[in-house]
Write a protein that binds this ligand. Structure first.
Ligand code: PRP
Length: 213
């Protein structure tokens, strides 16, 4: 993290295009040839910013440890990671919900408090907190993808997963039982970079704020 160049961790996948579009509106442009390469570190045209492309759930880790000065990730990932980072901006894209869902024939919140409910999820902490607050005993089965498969195969009674359009649930015969929270993309900043690279970080926050309006 030398000089005033900022290293920004970006979630690969569903948020990547929206994030790069927002940076372009903020005047931070990445060349098409860099984007089409398989490089995992790409520079902006003015070379004042470098982007590292990482798995969404890893963005808070890169930023908390300071190997990236800033990052963009969903609020879902941030809540699950509990990373100690500064969160200056809601970027208003990547809207989704974190919801409890289950098979149509067993939907409902009438949990038997004497029987353990098995819940599959990519969000073990959010899931545990939610069910503990309701006093419902659960066993969490942590998966890293295709969570909707789990009730279909009898691996779990419920899932806690991200719902964007609702299509994956619908096409697999599942329904939302309860919405735990909503999520959008957030800009996060390493707490030391806030001070050590104050000018560059505040330029970044102001230009993204202007691009959002
Ligand atoms: C997410 C999520 C759901 C799906 C929801 O998975 O875990 O499976 O998207 O989107 P929808 O409501 O628009 O159908 P993702 O595509 O990130 O892949 P994964 O299953 O490998 O985690």
């Amino acid at each position: 993290m030398s000089g005033n160049r900022l290293i920004i961790a970006l979630s690969k996948g569903r948020m990547q295009d929206d994030a790069l579009e927002l940076f372009a509106r903020a005047g931070i442009v990445v060349n098409e040839s860099e984007l089409n390469s398989r490089k995992l570190i790409i520079d902006s045209s003015d070379r004042r910013h470098s982007f590292v492309l990482v798995k969404p759930s890893d963005v808070p880790t890169y930023v908390e440890y300071g190997v990236a000065d800033a990052g963009i990730c969903g609020r879902d990932v941030l809540l699950e990671s509990r990373a100690n980072v500064h969160e200056p901006l809601d970027l208003k894209f990547g809207h989704c919900k974190i919801a409890v869902a289950g098979k149509r024939e067993v939907v409902g919140e009438d949990y038997n408090l004497l029987a353990t409910v098995r819940v599959a999820t990519k969000y073990p902490r959010i899931t545990t907190d939610y069910f503990h607050a309701k006093g419902v005993p659960i066993e969490v089965v942590t998966l890293s993808g295709s969570v909707e498969l789990s009730p279909l195969l009898g691996l779990s009674d419920r899932i806690v997963d991200l719902v964007e359009t609702g299509r994956t649930l619908k096409e697999n015969g599942l329904e939302v039982i309860d919405v735990i929270t909503e999520s959008t993309a957030r800009l996060i900043v390493n707490r030391a970079s806030l001070h050590l690279k104050r000018a560059a970080v505040s330029d970044l926050i102001s230009s993204i704020t202007a691009a959002l309006n």
